[in-house]
Design a protein around this ligand. Structure first.
Ligand SMILES: Cc1cc2nc3c(=O)[nH]c(=O)nc-3n(C[C@H](O)[C@H](O)[C@H](O)COP(=O)(O)OP(=O)(O)OC[C@H]3O[C@@H](n4cnc5c(N)ncnc54)[C@H](O)[C@@H]3O)c2cc1C
Length: 538
């Protein structure tokens, strides 16, 4: 039996707010979508915690766009397709690289200040990019700069109302249409229904499904679970990108050491101090992320150690301090001075290639429901994301969602929304004495152990059994955000493991120890999950 709504509601009884556009998420996708939507009507933007708590805030390396004279969208497309390992959608990838440069210019017009070298925007190169095409800001705080510039615009925009600590529990759907969302306040627990002519999910990724992750705590994959409960199709859920280089110091957060550090020439060294990447790939440290992550795991196993090292000491260290001030300061806080010391690192879950299946305008299989940013699967990343393409994807497709919405007459009217009757009465028994944080850790440990960087049949099956044993928690009533996050994580964990079990080949971010080769004959296709069923799409 599947769960549709986690909480009862009644549009005639529960407090109700009606608006034109409901945007869920305060990362780059949600902020950009809200600004664009505000040109068409009233917007309410929700975030489950404070606005800055999102993956966008942590993005360091930058945003990719073919703006250099020696570069072109065609070259950017070639690199993106290569990283995607045969599963990128050519149409959406073409949209990404062609529309990307103009969207980046819009960010600049909205106040984002990218780093310059003299008069020119400074461009760096990252793994698997054939050209220098990564714009960055404040050295290594690109996401923060973009987010702050967009928030400055949002605050002065009279058509946008921002509500922090407002947690979406479920989408309100009827007959294949979405009419908004049921929410609870993260602090007071107050329930409010937001009814909207169109709802845009920009809820980000699900790094927190895994024990080790570069993502902040908000990344519990809520948007994916919320959508799945509402009958939305999820696609490519087995493809998780593990970032090779997260700071690994006991007790410290798994802070990302950006790929751009390797782009500037840093080496990976094992515990003997030997550089090992040239043995694994001709692009050495700049090989695609999955290859670098697996090479590191191989070195860890070979030497039975916990970490390898990133070495910048042979570079112009003063220039590196200036280029990566955030990384420098964070490492220093934990006693590592990268101008003299090697940085201890190991891989961590970083990015979700799969997500809500969307068309080239962010549309889903539910009417009036759109998705953009990391929560969406537009198909541009295929089986593996090219570095710095996700900020670009978020801004390009958030823009496209609103272009699609400009055809406003096809949306339900505000009058209709005011009158609509919807209710869900079934109540689950209350969750009493449930140790939510321990259970979350259990899910995360299982996922790291059974669905992590290297997967195999028996292990995945064991993982599924372990996660299934937690499914009774899906049928309890949690009145607070943490419990609902746990429910979302349990649902998603099973979907990721199931997809990973079915795909018996290795491709991109999905590596099977028992099927180490890419199998184009059988697997040049996608796994789609919807309504408790799994099917394939070409
Ligand atoms: C450490 C790190 C470094 C990165 N570096 C780069 C980089 O250099 N270049 C690049 O292109 N990409 C990078 N990425 C990836 C990139 O940052 C993300 O893919 C992108 O920022 C996602 O943006 P988003 O708007 O989709 O989601 P997010 O920025 O994650 O925002 C999600 C929002 O949804 C809200 N939300 C979630 N669930 C709910 C709910 N139930 N109710 C209400 N609100 C909810 C959250 O509160 C948050 O506001 C990096 C990621 C990390 C973690």
């Amino acid at each position: 039996m599947s769960v549709r709504y986690l909480m009862p509601f009644d549009t005639d009884q529960t407090e109700k707010v009606v608006t034109d556009f409901l945007v869920v998420g305060s990362g780059i996708a949600g902020l950009f979508a809200a600004l664009e939507a505000s040109k068409l009507g009233q917007v309410i933007l929700l975030a489950k915690r404070e606005l800055y708590q999102c993956n966008t805030e942590y993005a360091q390396g930058g945003i990719a766009a073919a703006i250099a004279k020696e570069d072109s969208p065609r070259l950017h497309m070639e690199d993106t397709l290569k990283a995607g390992d045969g599963l990128c959608d050519h149409e959406t990838t073409n949209i990404l690289v062609e529309e990307g440069p103009n969207r980046v210019k819009e960010l600049i017009l909205l106040g984002t200040h990218f780093d310059h070298q003299g008069e020119e925007i400074s461009l760096t190169r990252e793994g698997a990019h054939s050209k220098r095409r990564i714009l960055h800001a404040k050295g290594d705080a690109t996401g923060e700069e973009i987010r702050e510039s967009l928030v400055r615009q949002i605050i002065i925009n009279e058509n946008i109302t921002v509500l922090e600590n407002t947690f979406v529990v479920d989408l309100l759907t009827d007959n294949g249409c979405c009419y908004g969302a049921n929410t609870i306040h993260g602090i007071t627990g107050k329930q409010t229904l937001f009814m909207a002519r169109a709802t845009i999910l920009a809820t980000g990724g699900a790094g927190h499904l895994f024990l080790h992750t570069t993502n902040p705590e908000v990344a519990t994959g809520d948007g994916l679970a919320i959508a799945y409960r509402a009958g939305v199709a999820l696609k490519d859920m087995e493809f998780i990108q593990f970032h090779p280089t997260a700071l690994d110091i006991p007790g410290a957060p798994r802070f990302l050491i950006s790929e751009a550090v390797r782009g500037e020439g840093a080496y990976l060294r094992n515990s003997k101090g030997n550089r090992f990447m040239p043995e694994y790939h001709e692009q050495a440290e700049l090989a695609p992320r999955d290859i670098v992550a697996r090479a590191i795991v191989a070195e860890l196993h070979k030497e039975d150690i916990e970490q390898v090292y990133l070495d910048l000491t042979h570079l112009d260290v003063m220039k590196m301090r200036k280029r990566f001030p955030n990384i420098y300061q964070t490492c220093l806080k934990y006693g590592v001075d990268f101008t003299k010391d090697y940085i201890p690192i190991s891989p961590a879950a970083h990015y979700m290639m799969g997500g809500i299946r969307t068309d080239h305008s962010g549309g889903t299989n539910i009417q009036h429901l759109y998705a953009c940013g990391e929560v969406a699967c537009t198909g541009v990343h295929g089986a593996n994301r090219l570095a710095s393409n996700s900020l670009l994807e978020a801004v390009v497709f958030a823009g496209r969602v609103i272009m699609a919405l400009s055809d406003i007459p096809h949306l339900p009217s505000l009058e209709y929304l005011k009158k609509i009757h919807m209710k869900h009465e079934e109540n689950h028994p209350p969750a009493i004495d449930v140790f939510i944080s321990q259970l979350k850790t259990q899910v995360r440990m299982r996922m790291w152990e059974h669905g992590g960087i290297s997967r195999e049949k028996e292990d995945l099956e064991r993982g599924i059994i372990a996660i299934k044993s937690l499914k009774p928690y899906l049928y309890l009533y949690f009145s607070e955000m943490a419990g609902i996050e746990l429910q979302n994580m349990i649902m998603l964990a099973e979907l990721v493991l199931k997809s990973a079990l079915v795909r018996d080949e290795s491709r991109g971010g999905h590596y099977r120890v028992d099927f180490t080769m890419r199998d184009d004959k059988n697997w040049k296709k996608h796994i789609v999950l919807k309504d408790e069923e799994l099917h394939f799409e070409s």
